[in-house]
Design a protein around this ligand. Structure first.
Ligand code: ADP
Ligand code: K
Ligand code: ZN
Length: 433
């Protein structure tokens, strides 16, 4: 049984009627209260009344990250500050942060979306839930906290870091569920091994991981090393944080909380809407947010939507697990590569740890890729010849599978910085344009 059977299993047509009503409300709300949106709609000659079907969403202007930066901190806020009860922010990598204000009602909806996510992962009121997403401005910590509290779990707000203490608490509290980024899950698993703690023998049963890309191979690795089921969460600050989509027991794509988010996939270059089933850039329009409604936000995430009846009974539209962000795409020898493709290949090589960074440099007109990956201890100890052999083996594998030439550099164990939140996988040494 889902957390909210009515909305999660609603017949598609009935839900679409609901979405259309909410879409009209959202467009009018944004138009009337946020000068930025009024100007953008006026420029396009679109009035809120022009939205008569869900397809009409494509008449609306798109919103991009720089729009949020330009309107920092509260230029896109639709309500007076007395109605704002929470502000989160995302630092991004460059420039000013972007903010996410919430009304009391927005907070209530967020908790609902997150409760659906955690419930779908099999988390119940009698579970002890250790939340190792960072608490603070980052939406992860508080978002998961709200959802687990809504279910009625016993929430242990460890926040990220202090890995040894996390492991002690897993043992002492007999934690049932662990929440963190996937890269931190790996950091934790590795530290437990170093401490001589076998996580597989603990009561720990499930983890819900998100906020950064991870491959199906990495999911399997985490499941095996921790002895748990590894479930997934997806979201972004611009749309209120985690709770946008989540996977179910089928572990086959993520269900979108469609009564809160209208999803589209477009061609990333032309913005032309693509039919369901085609791969492109994911765009979301919020349907119930009051403090910061979002019209057609370009996520830069690449995926495919699927309308199908899931074995779990939910009728919510599905998105494929993400293959990458347009921002992270590398063009090596003319081939488009996402870091996730390299990650999948590295996980097939037993002689290395799945701890890696990709270094991109420019040589002439071409981008060159160096993969730094940690050797397992016994390989490192065996010396340079053994290392060279493994480097060649990986390079051949990369060439064979992806058609690109990459330099592979095995580095000593524990050299690559361990992630406590989102892992940094790319070091870009190309000159800035
Ligand atoms: P930032 O953009 O600064 O990283 P956010 O915390 O808002 O700030 O990150 C949102 C982004 O994180 C998404 O657009 C997506 O690229 C990535 N992300 C979130 N959840 C997942 C997930 N489950 N799988 C892959 N990527 C994810
Ligand atoms: K409880
Ligand atoms: Zn399902």
């Amino acid at each position: 049984m889902p957390w909210n059977e009515e909305f999660e299993c609603m017949p598609v047509e009935q839900r679409q009627k609901f979405q259309l009503e909410k879409l009209k409300e959202t467009v009018a709300w944004a138009y009337d209260r946020i000068p930025f949106y009024k100007n953008k709609l006026d420029e396009k000659g679109v009035k809120p009344d022009d939205i008569r079907s869900l397809e009409d969403v494509s008449k609306l202007p798109v919103t991009v990250k720089t729009d949020l930066r330009d309107n920092y901190p509260f230029g896109l806020c639709a309500v007076p500050m007395k109605d704002v009860v929470r502000v989160h922010a995302s630092s991004g990598t460059t420039g000013k942060p972007i903010t996410g204000p919430y009304t009391r009602e927005d907070m209530d909806h967020w908790a609902e979306c997150m409760a659906r996510n955690l419930w779908a992962a099999g988390i119940r009121p009698d579970d002890i839930v250790q939340n190792a997403y960072g608490y603070g401005l980052f939406t992860g910590g508080m978002g998961f906290h709200e959802g687990a509290t809504r279910i009625g779990c016993s929430v242990v707000p460890t926040s990220s870091g202090q890995t040894q203490r996390q492991i002690t608490l897993l043992q002492d509290f007999k934690t049932d569920a662990f929440l963190s980024t996937p890269s931190y899950a790996l950091t934790l698993a590795e530290r437990a091994e170093d401490m001589g703690v076998n996580l597989r023998e603990l009561p720990l049963r499930v983890g819900v991981f998100g906020a950064e890309p991870w491959t199906p191979a990495m999911r399997k690795e985490v499941e095996e090393r921790m002895g748990i089921k590894a479930m997934e969460a997806f979201g972004l600050t611009e749309l209120g944080g985690p709770g946008v989509s989540f996977d179910c027991e089928a572990q086959d794509g993520l269900h979108i909380n469609e009564d809160y988010y209208l999803a589209e996939v477009v061609d990333p270059e032309t913005f032309e809407p693509l039919p369901i089933g085609e791969k492109g850039e994911l765009i979301f329009t919020s349907l119930q947010r009051k403090a910061m409604p979002m019209l057609r936000y370009r996520t830069k995430d690449i995926t495919r939507l699927r309308r199908e009846t899931c074995s779990c009974g939910r009728t919510l539209l599905k998105m494929d697990k993400l293959s990458g962000r347009t921002d992270d795409m590398l063009i090596i020898s003319g081939v488009n590569i996402f870091p996730s493709q390299i990650e999948s290949l590295l996980l097939e090589i037993p002689e290395v740890e799945p701890q890696y960074v990709l270094v991109v440099r420019k040589k002439g007109y071409l981008d060159h890729l160096t993969v730094r990956v940690e050797a397992k201890k016994e390989i490192y100890d065996a010396g340079p010849e053994k290392e060279a052999e493994i480097e060649k083996k990986i390079a051949d594998h990369v060439k064979g599978m992806l058609g690109i030439t990459a330099r592979i550099r095995l580095v000593e164990p524990k050299l690559i910085e361990r992630s406590e939140g989102k892992a940094k996988r790319i070091i870009d040494e190309r000159p800035k344009e």
